[in-house]
Design a protein around this ligand. Structure first.
Ligand SMILES: Nc1nc2c(ncn2[C@@H]2O[C@H](COP(=O)(O)OP(=O)(O)OP(=O)(O)O)[C@@H](O)[C@H]2O)c(=O)[nH]1
Ligand SMILES: [Mg+2]
Length: 375
């Protein structure tokens, strides 16, 4: 029975793969087209200068002294926001799974079909859903009710999440250069601000390089974050060469004996130039200036973009060899299944998750904590 089911699934999957290819092709459009033009805050005009700080850099909490930015291990507020952000997914994985068993006593093909739909709705993705269903199918004789099914799912999801985890790397080189990339609006600049605060609070000297020279507001936004985090920023005029800014950032870091350089980059360009080529040029310039650098290429993905985040990851990884991912906006209306999908479908570790716009809303990804928030 299960064999037939998988044959049927394989056929379905092949159909879906060809539609995935279409998504990939469409995603390539962001290299040449201004997808940002449809997004708030980035369209036609820039925000009025007097409102700039409020618009692009939300206020810090009242008690946000420098010492409080010490990236507290696990502030309870963080877990709460994560849990809230995952409420839709949790509903699918709990209430909806309970409903699956209404009037049914055991796992059969029909129930697996319905479960498959539930998992795909939660943005777990086709391939990952099939992997999970396969595990459940193998254990089906042991599963007689929703609680056992949830336990198997929970176990398997934790296994998938742990599989791509890498023990956090010791920072050995000085300066340690982190180039931050991603399409526009995903949260690159905000994440850099949060990371700068974390590193700075742990005693590292940080320099930010404002290599997103696409618009003046981007440089101002980053300057506000640098001030908050209490770190130095290297910037040029808007529209100047981003690679030159990155170069100067490294030079300043060496001269000032800094530990970390965070390089912001644009998510789109003012010309029809190829974004990937521009990013490769920045990467090459950094390597030429400092052999071995950049030590990390951190790709920022926005959880609310769902499966499109995976296509973005593939494109950026092909061009730039991404070393880690930060997934932002898990506090929003995100379907949290994307986390599982990213960990299973990509071989890039998920390093950080973001659950809000404030400086403390970024944490290292913790699979066990995530699974606890999910069920
Ligand atoms: N809710 C929520 N909002 C976030 C998070 N991270 C970033 N944002 C918001 O997302 C918006 C875009 O963030 P930016 O940091 O400007 O994104 P970017 O990738 O630098 O954008 P470009 O510079 O245009 O390429 C801002 O309004 C941020 O406050 C998050 O984890 N949760
Ligand atoms: Mg930015």
């Amino acid at each position: 029975m299960a064999l037939n089911w998988f044959k049927k699934k394989k056929h379905k999957q092949e159909e879906k793969t060809s539609s995935d290819q279409k998504i990939d092709e469409a995603s390539e459009a962001f290299e040449t087209e201004d997808v940002a033009d449809t997004q708030p805050f980035r369209d036609n005009g820039e925000p009025e200068h007097k409102d700039l700080e409020n618009e692009i850099a939300p206020p810090l909490p009242a008690n946000d002294q420098k010492t409080d930015q010490a990236a507290p291990k696990k502030p309870s507020g963080f877990f709460k926001r994560l849990k809230n952000g995952l409420s839709k997914t949790r509903e699918i994985l709990t209430t909806d799974i309970n409903d699956l068993f209404t009037g049914k006593r055991k796992i059969d093909d029909e129930l697996l079909e319905e479960l498959e739909e539930l998992l795909i709705t939660s943005d777990i993705g086709v391939q990952t859903t099939m992997d999970l269903i396969q595990s459940i199918s193998i254990k089906s004789s042991e599963i007689s009710g929703p609680d056992q099914l949830k336990n198997v799912l929970r176990e398997k999801i934790l296994e998938l999440l742990n599989a791509t985890m890498k023990p956090s790397q010791e920072i050995v080189d000085k300066p340690h250069v982190i180039m931050v990339i991603g399409v526009n609006g995903v949260g690159k600049t905000t994440t850099i601000g949060k990371l700068a605060a974390r590193f700075s609070a742990s005693g590292k000297k940080v320099i930010i390089a404002a290599a997103d020279t696409f618009r003046a507001a981007a440089i101002e936004q980053l300057t506000i974050w640098a001030d908050r985090a209490g770190v130095d920023i290297i910037k040029h005029k808007d529209m100047s060469d981003p690679a030159a800014v990155a170069y100067d950032g490294i030079q300043a870091a060496v001269a000032r004996d800094a530990d970390i350089v965070l390089v912001d980059t644009a998510g789109r360009l003012h010309t029809r130039k190829n974004l990937m080529e521009e990013l490769k040029k920045i990467k090459r310039t950094i390597s030429n200036k400092l052999p071995g650098a950049p030590h990390e290429i951190l790709l920022i993905l926005d959880a609310t973009t769902g499966q499109n985040a995976l296509s973005q990851a593939q494109l950026f990884n092909d061009a730039l060899d991404v070393t880690g991912i930060a997934l932002t906006k898990l506090d929003g209306t995100a379907k949290g299944g994307i986390v599982v999908s990213i960990c299973n479908a990509l071989e890039i570790p998920l390093n950080y998750i973001g659950v809000g716009e404030k400086i403390e809303d970024l944490q290292e990804f913790d699979p066990a904590e995530f699974v606890n928030a999910l069920f």
